[in-house]
Every structure is written in C-alpha cells, then in structure tokens.
Write a protein that binds this ligand. Structure first.
Ligand code: SAH
Length: 447
C-alpha cells in the first residue's frame, strides 16, 4: 500500500484553494460538499495559510505552486498540487458519494484512469439508494447497540436488514415501512444460530468464484480454509473475520479430517456463520462429502456452494474442449491418489469410454496410471497434457504422450497443483489454438 487512506473531518474548517481555472474550481466543489469553508485565491500568498486545515493548488503560476507546496509542508498543513505528485503530501481519490456512505478509490497515482474506471463499475453496482439505507441505519444505531449488545447477533440482524426486505423497501422509496422492520428487529432478536457453508473457491482467481461464494465470504464470521486458497480469494473476506488454516500438504496431513469436522460443528454451535472454503468444487475430491455428513449427523444447518473445479478451469484456459461432438462423448474425473502405494482405479471401463480423462492428484502416480491404461487397451499415442496451476495467470502446460509425460514430469513440475488430462480432446485443444489463437498463446514447453 503506497498511501494510507483516511476520511478527514472538514466541517466548518478553512481550506485554501490556489488557482482560478476550471480545475481549481472543480477541486473546490467536493471540499464544499464536505462542509469546508473554501478560500479560493488566484495567486498564493503565505498569509492565506493562516488557520487552514488543508491546501490545494491548480492552474496557478509555477512559482506559486512551488511556494504553496513548500510553505504548507513546513507548517504541517496537508497539501495537494494537482497532477504534481512530487509536490503533494496527500493525494485525492476518485469518490463515490452515497452520503453518509463514501467510497474512495486510489491507484496511488499509478493509474488514475484505472481508478476512475473502477469507480464507474462500483457506481453501477451500488445504487444511490444505498445512501438512504445507511442513513436509516444511522437513525437506529444507538438503539440497536443497546438492544443487541452481542456483536455476532447484532451483525446478523443488521445483515438481514441490509440484504433483505427492509433494503428492498428503502430502494423502493418506502423508508417508513423499512423503519418499521428495523423496529421489529429490535423487539425480537433472533436466536444465535450458526450455520456452515461448504464453499467452492474455484481454481484461485477471485473472479472465477460464484457471486454467492463472494457474498458469503464477505459475511462470514469465521473462514476455515485449505492450502490451495490464494490471497486474492481470501482478500474478499471481511477484515475482521477469523481465518483458520487447516491445509494439507501432500502426505503431511497437518490437521486430521475428523478434527476439521469437529471444528466446523463446534463453531456453528457457537453461533458463528462459518465458511468452509475449499479449492475448486467442495464435492470434487475435496472431502466435502465427509464434512457434510459430519454436519448432518451433528444437526448443524449447512449449505453447499459449488465452485469451478480444476478440470474445468484447466480445460478452459488451455482451450481443450472436454467433450466434442465429433470425437469425445464423455468426460471422467478420477483421482490418482494411491492407497498403500496402489492406484485403486477401474481402468478397463475408463478406456472403453473413449472420453476425456481428467486425473486429479495424478502426478506422483503417473507411471502407474500410464501402465494401467496401456495394459487395458489405451492407444500409446493418445494425446495428453499436464496442466499446473490451472485457471491462474501462472498456468503451465506440457503436452505429450503418457510415456513422454511420465518421463518428463519429475523435472517439469514446480510444486503447484497439477492435473493430468488424457484423450483426443487434448489434441482438439491444440488444433484450436493453432488455427485461431496461435498469436496469443505463449510458446509452450515441449518434451
Ligand atoms: N476440490 C478440488 C480438487 C481437490 S484435490 C477441485 O474441485 O478442483 C487436489 C488436486 O486437484 C490437485 O492435486 C490437482 O490435481 C488438482 N488441482 C486443484 N487445483 C488445481 C489447479 N489450479 N490446477 C491444476 N490442478 C489443480
């Protein structure tokens, strides 16, 4: 973070704006809206800094801007000279005004246009009526604090008001009806009741998560997550949410599955809104099934939120059509996980399907996998691919036959999660790239 954001109290305070042009006048506007008494001068004179809380300069002669920057800084008065970062002690963000709610965005001076584009998006996302909703909440603030001293309970009630019928009423202009719902919420505060959400976080890119997953992340009191969850995803969590890491590194089970199950149950019984965040989809090789069973057995309410599983993310980014009307009519997800050193897979039906095979956790057992498939009739020239960190900007791909891939894999992988994709669809993916996307695809490693 290059700058520290704050919101400044300027009610009734003097602010000096030096410059007479259009930019200076435009800069004065939001200052007035924040309650400042703006003193605008065409030229700078040090005496004008007397008793001033903030100073801004634009459209004035160069020597005035330099002098303003220097004198303000020597007196400890925050100063901004428009478009001259070297003369500034503060910078101004792009603002979305939903009074009393204010959203400020900054690129730290690196890309102001990008900040403005982001502002436009947020503008579209947050209707002006959100300001009225915040104002209504403000009216009830102290009564809600008194009636609901417990923070978790208070948050639950407010979240329901902000996302439910009360919010709809405010947006529809029926503030008084909405206020009645606020009153009711004070009278019958709900029981503290926890719930667990088994949420698929997708392959790692935050924008490949579902909207539901994003919303729940922002609402959860506690987030219990794995190793495969990246920072970009966790950044969507509430700042004060409690994060518990229960990751497993291959073969080192640092937290036992039973302990994770018990943890989820006890957090929910404690009244917490728990998001159990899992890479990809929670029900694809993620032991989400075991957690669901444990929650059900304990009588804890839970919901499952699907995610983009690794095979889908890898295929999309490598442009491999998992099925294709011409050649491939099935896709199978299998695990290459071994039990006591043995692969527990039915190879024969797998080969007979003539479909795409996506192997999760298949890198270590790749030689066994190859032997099993070939022994059951898979053509030795069948195209295959290793895809590491699929669905992220660090995705890597290696194409070859299974013989070639098994030989190359140990030296090629870089410890990221890797999927093995086998079948004629893989070749279709290559053809697709060569035909129309070749210019945009970086050169691939080859065996
Ligand atoms: N629930 C997850 C899978 C967990 S099993 C999902 O639906 O995607 C872990 C295995 O998934 C890894 O060993 C690897 O084979 C695969 N995997 C997970 N994320 C991946 C990614 N981004 N790229 C490639 N493979 C991935």
């Amino acid at each position: 973070m290059r700058h520290f954001p704050i919101f400044l109290e300027l009610q009734g305070r003097s602010v000096l704006v030096v410059g007479a042009g259009e930019i200076a006048t435009r800069k004065a506007e939001p200052l007035r809206m924040a309650g400042a008494v703006v003193i605008q001068r065409a030229r700078f004179s040090p005496a004008d800094l007397e008793g001033v809380a903030l100073a801004v300069g634009a459209d004035a002669p160069e020597e005035d801007l330099l002098a303003l920057s220097l004198s303000a800084r020597s007196r400890g008065i925050p100063v901004n000279i428009v478009d001259r970062p070297e003369l500034c002690s503060f910078i101004t963000p792009a603002i979305i005004d939903r009074a009393p709610m204010t959203i400020a965005i900054s690129s730290g001076g690196a890309a102001p246009i990008l900040a403005r584009l982001i502002r436009a998006r947020i503008e579209a996302l947050i209707p002006p009526a959100y300001g009225r909703l915040a104002a209504l909440a403000d009216r009830f603030k102290s009564r809600i604090r008194t009636a609901l001293p417990d923070l978790v309970q208070r948050r639950r009630v407010l979240e329901r008001l902000f996302t439910g019928h009360a919010a709809d009423l405010v947006f529809a202009g029926q503030e008084e009806e909405a206020a009645r719902l606020f009153e009711q919420a004070l009278d019958n505060a709900p029981e503290k009741q926890g719930m667990v959400f088994l949420v698929g976080a997708g392959p790692g890119a935050a924008d490949l998560m579902t909207l539901r997953a994003q919303r729940l992340l922002g609402e959860a009191d506690v987030i219990v997550h794995d190793r495969l969850i990246g920072e970009a995803v966790l950044d969507l969590a509430r700042r004060d949410a409690h994060r518990i890491y229960v990751g497993k590194v291959r073969a080192h089970h640092c937290v036992l599955q039973e302990d994770i199950n018990d943890l989820l149950v006890s957090l929910a019984r404690d009244g917490k809104k728990v998001v159990r965040l899992k890479g990809g989809d929670p029900f694809v090789f993620g032991r989400g099934g075991e957690e669901a069973e444990a929650l059900h057995a304990a009588g804890v309410a839970f919901e499952v939120v699907p995610g983009v599983t690794a095979a889908l993310a890898c295929a999309a980014q490598a442009r491999i059509p998992l099925t294709h009307r011409a050649t491939t009519r099935a896709v199978t997800f299998v695990t290459g996980h071994t039990k006591e050193g043995r692969l527990d897979l039915e190879f024969e039906p797998l080969v007979k399907l003539h479909g795409t095979i996506a192997v999760y956790m298949g890198i270590v057992s790749l030689p066994q996998l190859r032997d099993g498939l070939f022994a059951n009739g898979l053509d030795r020239t069948t195209p295959a691919m290793l895809i590491e960190r699929g669905g992220s900007h660090r995705q890597r791909e290696l194409r070859g036959t299974l013989d070639e891939l098994a030989a190359a894999a140990p030296g090629w992988t870089q410890n990221g999660p890797t999927l093995v994709m086998i079948g004629h669809a893989v070749a279709r993916g290559i053809a697709l790239q060569e035909r129309s996307f070749i210019d945009t695809i970086p050169p691939q490693a080859s065996v």
